[in-house]
Design a protein around this ligand. Structure first.
Ligand code: BG6
Length: 500
């Protein structure tokens, strides 16, 4: 496995700990080598030490074994290289040829591009020129990290440049949300239970709400984030992939293409938002400075690398429809943002109320009739429904049936990267984004990007760090009854705790 951009945070925090976790579970081949590459000169020994530190700091749910870490470390090496220069790739080839006789690995290669996106096509092209896309002596797979383009046009260009060098079935586009255990569980929950599937349509579902909230800010990534914003960073990829799995038809099999064909159909059926409707269907916000638990938190415009007059959104909420037989007329609401009160990602299916209200429903039962799939943290599934409040009369109260993954003892919950790296090794692309799906998602967000770009008067609302985003987002769900689910209170208001 060759990691381009190996001096970066992703390799240290995610990739190497995930590879170690696979090694620990004996899921890596007996013979393997990991070669890190980037522009910085780093001695082999230093690279290995740094990666070991990453394993110790960021490994989750795994028992660390000192001896095993030492063994694993011996499979790592590093070379400095200018990835833009074609001539450097023959040097790379020799470095790889040298590792082969040492470790007897086959000519199966994974190329992981953890680099700025401007280098994706350059590296892919250069690899192809020295024969690294030719699979005659073993597989050659290219893994790329988002962003897959900046808009529809650039994603089409990127895909066509990648396809000049590698075949689509050699390209693995990582959307780490698809690697999350509970995201995959959406498939199992929906298609292995006779209980839910018959209800999963416009006849019984009132609306669907998907939230991915983060309590952190931009964490030193201001330079990247300011050119991207929540729509490109989270919504176009992670959230729309979750929409795809929530709304898809049953696949004909568990084959990668059968599943991806169905999620693709959902993305193709997203009803385009007209330019004139962007203002009422999409709300964007940006966090401003506030006090959280007595501590002053800087506003987005004060973050390092961010333009002090930036109009980049750190929050987005939108309402849209899926124009197909199953979902016609059912509103979908999605929202994501940074510096919200807590970190939580969940899908909430709100079922339709009974046709007649026989009972007195008090405040507490406004959230009856919901199925909540908690993707993170505290992965699990929660069903909320109404039962009789004991005592006189017929007052209805919400009760919960609540399953937490953590209750399954002895279960190793693999990290997203662990799962995805394993899949790419065994050639399973089910949980990777296909070119046409990426393009369909860009197509859907294009009108929004156009309106924001061309109309400087489009509002961007400020919201105090630690709150649930601009209050205007509440107007999107205007049924007056349920509104968004707020799994915890605004921190900025009362410094209160969070309760899922
Ligand atoms: C990344 C985004 O893709 O996903 C980040 O670039 C974001 O801005 C992250 O913080 C969220 O991932 P997770 O797994 O923590 O929900």
């Amino acid at each position: 496995m060759v990691i381009f951009g190996a001096s970066g945070d992703l390799t240290y925090r995610k990739l190497i700990p995930a590879l170690y976790a696979l090694y620990n579970q004996k899921l890596l081949p007996d013979k393997f080598h990991v070669l890190g590459i980037s522009r910085t000169t780093i001695p082999d020994g230093e690279f290995r030490e740094k990666m070991t530190e990453g394993i110790r700091k960021f490994s989750e749910n795994i028992h660390l074994n000192d001896l095993q870490i030492e063994e694993f470390k011996s499979h790592l090496s590093y070379i400095q290289m200018d990835m833009t220069l074609e001539e450097e790739y023959s040097r790379l080839k020799s470095a790889l040829d040298e590792t082969n006789p040492n470790e007897g690995a086959d000519s199966n290669y994974l190329f992981y591009l953890s680099t700025p996106p401007s280098l994706f096509s350059v590296i892919a092209g250069n690899l192809a020129k020295v024969g690294f896309s030719n699979e005659s002596d073993g597989f050659k797979r290219l893994i790329i990290e988002k962003p897959f383009g900046y808009d529809l046009e650039s994603s089409l260009t990127l895909n066509s440049q990648l396809h000049d060098a590698f075949l689509e079935n050699q390209i693995y586009r990582i959307d780490h949300y698809l690697g999350k255990e509970t995201v995959q569980n959406l498939l199992v929950m929906r298609f292995s239970n006779g209980i839910f599937e018959p209800l999963w349509n416009r006849n019984y579902v009132d609306h669907v709400e998907i939230t991915s909230a983060e309590s952190i800010g931009v964490e030193g990534r201001g330079g990247y984030y300011d050119g991207s914003g929540a729509i490109r960073d989270m919504l176009q990829n992670h959230l729309l992939q979750v929409v795809g799995l929530t709304a898809m038809e049953p696949p004909s099999s568990m084959d990668a293409d059968a599943i991806r064909n169905e999620t693709m159909k959902v993305l193709q059926s997203l009803k385009p938002i007209k330019h004139e409707d962007v203002v009422s269907q999409v709300i964007r916000g940006q966090y401003v400075s506030s006090h959280i638990r007595g501590e002053l938190v800087p506003g987005y415009r004060e973050e390092k690398g961010v333009n002090p007059e930036s109009r980049t959104e750190t929050f987005i909420a939108m309402k849209f429809f899926i124009d197909n037989w199953r979902w016609g007329g059912v509103p979908f609401y999605i929202r994501t943002g940074k510096r919200l009160p807590t970190r939580v990602t969940e899908v909430v299916v709100h079922f339709k109320p009974t046709p007649q209200k026989l009972f007195q429903v008090d405040e507490a039962c406004k959230s009856c009739n919901q199925l909540i799939i908690r993707i993170q943290p505290d992965e699990g599934v929660l069903l909320k429904f109404g039962l009789k409040q004991p005592g006189a009369g017929f007052n209805v109260k919400t009760v919960n049936m609540d399953f937490h993954y953590s209750e399954l003892s002895d279960t190793h919950l693999p990290s997203a990267y662990e799962r995805l790296l394993y899949d790419v090794m065994v050639g399973d692309s089910t949980l990777y984004a296909r070119a046409d799906a990426v393009e369909a998602a860009w197509k859907f967000v294009s009108p929004i990007l156009e309106v924001w770009k061309n109309d400087p008067d489009q509002k961007i609302y400020g919201y105090p760090a630690g709150t649930w985003g601009p209050e205007n987002a509440d107007d999107l769900i205007n049924d007056g009854e349920t509104g968004w689910r707020y799994p915890c209170k605004n921190l900025a208001d009362d410094g209160n705790y969070c309760e899922l």
